[in-house]
Design a protein around this ligand. Structure first.
Ligand code: GLA
Length: 381
């Protein structure tokens, strides 16, 4: 837990409101494998991490609310009873969206003050958005004693993202952030919303993130477009979601869809299978197999689903001839952010040095490297 972050938020709150609020920590997430499977009712394998958002809450004694984003040095004032999506201060939509969904479900919310700050690197694909949404829904649930379950809260966060932010995301990020468990990854069935926790003990190996430090534009519309393709093909196949079909089923309608869309659906079906197999590899301690699945996931995301980018591909490609690296792939929605790597712990220092130089040489951009600490989900501090 980042104590500096907690102090910063406490101090920021005190300076503005002259009082001591209660604090929520809500983490970002990694995902070992299972990308773009969540909105296809499939399996994912994420975990919460020790980086996240600290948010401070207090009821307001005025007729308005104020939210302060310390990292942006911006504030936003609103009245809970009259909110609407914002076009300028986009960050406010993560907060307003949660309020709107809570209200739609009949929860009574009054005005409140909120100050937050985070240490999830921007655009890293580690889901700072779910962390913020979850911190808000969790904080308001406490503040106004709404009595919501964690499961109800994650669906409110997800709907906020759909309706106020405009990204038709699945449930992986909100689930991982809310339900994360220390030292464990969650093999989640996104249809039943039931997860099997796996204690992550990788022996001589560990997970390492490398951030491209790029975020290409249009990633949101591309994301929504992928979801639309999956839904179109599901309805052609007369199923609820691609999770319900096999590769054979898909081949039966091959001439009814474009080659590109066929490949996208094929990717989802195969990625879902890989995610199930990854849990078996983990159970058997078969890290070589896990690594192969991770590489295959990247290959599909790059060539079939087409959500990678040259910076991510480069970071994956340079790992291929290193025998101390068992697997690497892009992580999250795509078009930038991090790769996740399964690497021998003893080689991390020299590899980090190497990759930093190679990446800078290629793109004239510094990449960032983060250790991964698997941590508990959203909670009050
Ligand atoms: C984003 C979305 C998730 C999921 C991933 C891709 O992070 O928010 O719901 O679809 O992309 O796996």
């Amino acid at each position: 837990m980042n104590n500096k972050l907690i102090d910063r938020v406490k101090k920021g709150f005190f300076e503005e409101f002259n009082s001591n609020p209660f604090l929520i920590f809500s983490p970002g997430r990694i995902n070992i494998i299972g990308e773009h499977t969540d909105y296809n009712d499939g399996f994912v394998f994420p975990s919460a991490v020790d980086k996240g958002i600290v948010a401070a809450f207090e009821k307001s004694n005025s007729t308005s609310s104020k939210a302060i984003a310390l990292d942006l040095d911006e504030s936003f004032e609103f009245e809970v009873d009259s909110i609407a999506p914002q076009k300028e201060q986009l960050w406010a939509n993560y907060i307003l969206g949660v309020i709107d969904e809570l209200k739609k479900k009949g929860n009574h919310i009054k005005n409140f003050n909120l100050v937050f700050s985070g240490d999830i690197p921007n655009g890293a694909g580690m889901s700072s958005s779910a962390a913020l949404e979850n911190s808000v829904v969790f904080g308001l649930n406490e503040l106004f004693e709404l009595g919501l379950s964690k499961e109800e809260m994650i669906f409110i966060s997800q709907k906020a993202e759909h309706n106020y932010v405009g990204v038709q995301c699945g449930i992986m990020d909100q689930y991982a952030s809310m339900f994360g468990l220390k030292d464990q990854a969650l093999h989640l069935d996104c249809r039943s919303i039931e997860a099997t926790p796996f204690k992550i003990d990788l022996g001589d190996y560990q997970l390492l993130l490398i951030n491209t430090n790029v975020k290409h534009t249009l990633s949101e519309s591309a994301y929504n477009n992928r979801r639309e393709v999956c839904e179109r093909i599901s309805s052609l196949l007369k199923v609820t979601a691609l999770r319900d079909v096999s590769e054979l089923d898909l081949f039966a309608i091959k001439d009814k869809v474009s080659d590109e869309d066929f490949q996208k659906a094929l990717f989802v079906i195969q990625e879902n299978k890989r995610t199930i197999e990854a849990s078996k590899a983990m159970t058997n301690g078969d890290l070589n197999r896990l690594g192969e699945l991770i590489y295959a996931s990247h290959h599909g995301l790059q060539h079939q689903y087409q959500v990678s980018c040259k910076e991510l591909d480069f970071l994956v490609d340079v790992t291929r001839d290193k025998d101390y690296l068992l697997g690497a792939r892009m992580m999250g929605g795509g078009f930038g952010g991090c790769t996740i790597n399964l690497i021998k712990t003893s080689e991390i220092n020299s590899f980090s040095q190497y990759i930093k130089e190679a990446y800078f040489h290629k793109f004239n951009i510094q990449c960032s490297i983060y250790d991964v600490t698997l941590s508990d989900g959203t909670h009050q501090l």
